[in-house]
Design a protein around this ligand. Sequence first.
Ligand code: PEP
Ligand code: MG
Length: 574
Amino acid sequence: MPFTLHGIGVSGGYAIGRAQLFSHDRLEAPHYVLRREDLPAEIARYDEAVSAVRAELTLLQDQLPEHAPAELAAFLDVHRLILEDSMIAEAPKRLIEAERCNAEWALAQQTQALIDQFEAMEDPYLRERKHDVRQVSERIMKALMGHPGHAPLKTVGEEASVLVAHDLSPSDMVLFKRQNYAAFITDLGGATSHTAILARSLNIPAVMALHNARALIREGDVLVVDGEQGVVIVEPDQAILEEYRIRQNQWRLEQQKLKRLKKSPAATLDGTPIELMANIDLPQDVQEALEQNAAGIGLFRSEFLYMNRSDLPGEDEQFEAYRAVVEAMKGRPVVIRTLDLGADKRLPWLRHESINPALGLRAIRLCLSEPPIFLTQVRALLRAACHGDVRILLPMLANLKELNQALELIAQAKAELDRAGRPYRRDVPIGGMIEVPAAALAVEWFARRLDFLSIGTNDLIQYTLAIDRTDDSVAHLYDPLHPAVLRLIHHTLRVAARLGKPVSICGEMAGDAQLTRLLLAFGLRSFSMHPAHLLKVKQRILHSDLRELGAHARRLLREGEAERIHAYVQRLNA
Ligand code: PEP
Ligand code: MG
């Protein structure tokens, strides 16, 4: 019997595929006692599972794209080391013999014992390695239970597997990049969480906040994922499958049609040029930005270079990563945001445990509390700027003291490069993200000290409305069209224009074609978004006339009720 689950569509399109369950931290193992004569076969079965995982890791390593960040390879290396350690490769076999138990049970016991040992360690870095142990163990468990980790499952039509998870972290998502899932769905998560943002960058349909998907869906179930409506249909009948195959084809045709706009300059009907830039998470994403003919990179979320690895990227490694992006963009601007870790982007070495991480030591606050980490990154950025148009963007500024401290550290980084005799660019523009209401309200003073501004609407909405962007239980309250949010955006754009400072929007609002005309009416002329949204927004721009839109800003700002504002914006798009 088919059944339907409703969630939030965070990445559009349609997919049909079989469920591949992703388990994070649950090792569910069956337990049974074996006859003594069956023990050698059970031990051989365990050896086979370890060999299968060895082959799987080798395959993953071989399939890493040429420009894959070093952390992905390092991550796989760590897993290989764990796999080969006798505590994993041998100890469970001794348990099988001693307890006459099945291999799954032996592995689960041994894994728990190891995790307990790691948890008792003083060093926070070592303590966190328990996650790696668990992940390797899960791979072996899957092999034992007949579900090889990343081998494609039986296909339905041309689709492969749909990843089904209770929750995924941004670090998980980085690892899923370049793997061939048809779609992914999760129980938890908000539409502008970093996991969702990364999901969009995979260009596959994704639905989050489904609540019970992981519990209700079984491995291998056929799923229809409707990323447009945020719906997942489990075990659909033929009629539903047919209907979705038609929708899938129509969607693909529309995408094809949009591609014709690639070369057209982005300008409104009255001839005003609009800058359309791309957001990227990893250096290799730059290819997609180029494919969509982005005017530049408006936001490079550099923190993803720091994920899925046990150490920090050094100055030279970062320099190479930034240089690769800058050179690929061939003179077009590249706005690189300094490290924005904390909140939902947690790493093992982040020692500080915050009770309320979104309001804690995040982004620039974290960098100012760890100057060596910030200085290393700034030196790499200043050096990369010799190779193209690099601009440095500071995240989550809330008060001028932070800005002044950051500017002092940038000056210090320059002095360090001077002393080391390393070439760098002295006049790299420094911009600030306006994503905390305090900064938006006091934008005048920030703008005077900065070369450019970028409005981060994802956080601006989160902090203005006091809604955790990762929490699906309050997702319905997350409203980009709340009058308070609109006023803050409008105010920021107006002040920047008055002071002659370039300003763009790089939050998810910039990539929502339903909001393009509203933002044009507010005076926005530079948008930065995931490359997948660029042509759709361009299409809207090509059919918009600023001479008509201008009058709407003031009228819109007079509206206070959500329904009326939403209706107004809909009329703007008619
Ligand atoms: C934002 O907050 O809008 C933004 C672009 O930054 P991030 O989504 O990475 O927090
Ligand atoms: Mg932000």
